[in-house]
Design a protein around this ligand. Structure first.
Ligand SMILES: C[S@@+](CC[C@H](N)C(=O)[O-])C[C@H]1O[C@@H](n2cnc3c(N)ncnc32)[C@H](O)[C@@H]1O
Length: 293
């Protein structure tokens, strides 16, 4: 280390200052976020940032300014994933930003239910659809983790669909098919042939405005709200699923913690069999599955 280094700003100090700023702004995990933002600026992972801070590495002025600008935006509660431009989802690093719903860790469990059902189909080319695909999270997880499957991803919002396309260009092979349109009348050419119908629909009741600014201000409203009881799109999904699924086909629907029972009622009332609700990793009810008779 030369003499100039001893007077350079240190990464560790920048992390401490950034974490203090984020803490004051009410960001839930301030040090995690500032380390991830520093990693984004420096082009390294969070572990390398922590190691550099422990070593007492300097932070070049340009990088310090870039980090400070990102911390200021995060303090205004812009989602971390919008600032880094990516969201991890299972083995994927999905591109995200304004206009698309940021995929959530709890949806990884929902995707697992769909993947398990798809992988269990004793056919050479099983078929799955993801209705309301957003970034493409569930569809691209299915297409990459069950590579012998054919997967269709449907999205109505043109802004979100641009992100679907971008992620499919990176991860989707020839087995991932994209459709811009309303799930209500999507894919009539597949009627009665689909093995797995998966969806993480908008399911927040209209008057249950989310507390987190990242959700309330940055997730697209059409990705969040599902009518008075949150189940408007679920009711459509149940009917569309019956149209698309083959006999014995499975529907997998993500939902809020308290919506398992009403969704089982919707599905059973429409004629689905064996409706069952499944918890996420925090043991909250998160998804309901059923089988087409
Ligand atoms: C909660 S987000 C889920 C996105 C993605 N599947 C995920 O899990 O990260 C719901 C998505 O459904 C889309 N959507 C809502 N209503 C739709 C409809 N009628 N037809 C197609 N897509 C719809 C929204 O634009 C949004 O991208």
């Amino acid at each position: 280390m030369d003499a100039a280094d001893t007077t350079s700003p240190r990464l560790a100090a920048a992390l401490r200052d950034g974490a203090r700023t984020l803490d004051a702004a009410g960001v839930p995990d301030p040090m995690v976020d500032v380390e991830l933002l520093a990693g984004h600026v420096l082009g390294v992972g969070r572990g390398a940032v922590q190691a550099a801070a422990l070593r007492g590495d300097p932070l070049p002025a340009e990088d310090g300014a870039a980090l400070a600008a990102l911390v200021a935006r995060r303090a205004r509660r812009e989602p971390l994933e919008h600032l880094t431009g990516t969201a991890p989802f299972r083995h994927l690093e999905l591109a995200v930003g304004p206009g698309v719903f940021v995929p959530r860790p709890e949806t990884e469990v929902v995707a697992q239910l769909a993947i398990d059902a798809l992988a269990a189909v004793p056919m050479p080319r099983p078929r799955a659809v993801d209705l309301g695909t957003g970034s493409g999270a569930i569809a691209l997880a299915m297409a990459t983790e069950v590579p012998n499957a054919e997967v269709w991803a449907v999205e109505r919002s043109p802004e979100a669909y641009a992100w679907t396309q971008r992620n499919a260009a990176r991860y989707g092979g020839a087995n991932a098919h994209l459709v811009l349109g309303d799930l209500a009348d999507a894919l009539p050419e597949l009627d009665g042939t689909v093995d797995v119908v998966a969806s993480n629909p908008p399911y927040v009741p209209d008057d249950a405005i989310p507390r987190d600014p990242e959700v309330r201000l940055f997730d697209p409203p059409q990705a969040l709200y599902g009518g008075a009881d949150g189940l408007d799109v679920v009711r459509v999904l149940s009917r569309v699923g019956l149209r698309l699924a083959r006999p014995g086909g499975v529907i997998v629907i993500e939902h809020g913690e308290w919506q398992g029972a009403p969704i089982r009622d919707v599905l059973t009332g429409d004629g689905w069999r064996a409706a069952a609700t499944h918890p996420d990793l925090t043991l909250r009810d998160r998804a309901t599955t059923a089988i087409r008779p």
